[in-house]
Design a protein around this ligand. Structure first.
Ligand code: ZN
Length: 102
């Protein structure tokens, strides 16, 4: 069945007619991010910083960092860490000549 045929099929059929064909799936909820300093238990504050990735080849600007107001700990916010991880993967794949500033 092509993608187009599949689309046409589901426009005229109801998936609830096929419930016995579905298999149960299990979802796990991601752990809630800890927003407290593990040393003093104060809630983290938020600021925006520039982060060098891939040994300084690339600078990612305006990345959200969480930090203890008493400077015990700091870390990137979850969404910032995901962005940095994705960019590091892209930089690994890109030939040096194709890196551009955005
Ligand atoms: Zn602290």
């Amino acid at each position: 069945m092509t993608r187009e045929e599949e689309t046409q099929y589901w426009e005229t059929h109801d998936s609830t007619d096929y419930l016995e064909a579905f298999e149960p799936v299990t979802f796990a909820r991601a752990p809630k991010p800890n927003l407290h300093c593990s040393q003093c238990q104060k809630i983290f504050l938020s600021r925006y910083i520039d982060v060098e990735i891939s040994n300084g080849q690339v600078v990612v600007r305006h990345i959200r960092e969480l930090y203890c107001p008493d400077s015990h700990e700091k870390r990137l916010s979850l969404e910032a860490q995901m962005l940095v991880n994705a960019l590091e993967a892209v930089v690994k794949l890109a030939p040096q000549s194709q890196l551009v500033s955005v």
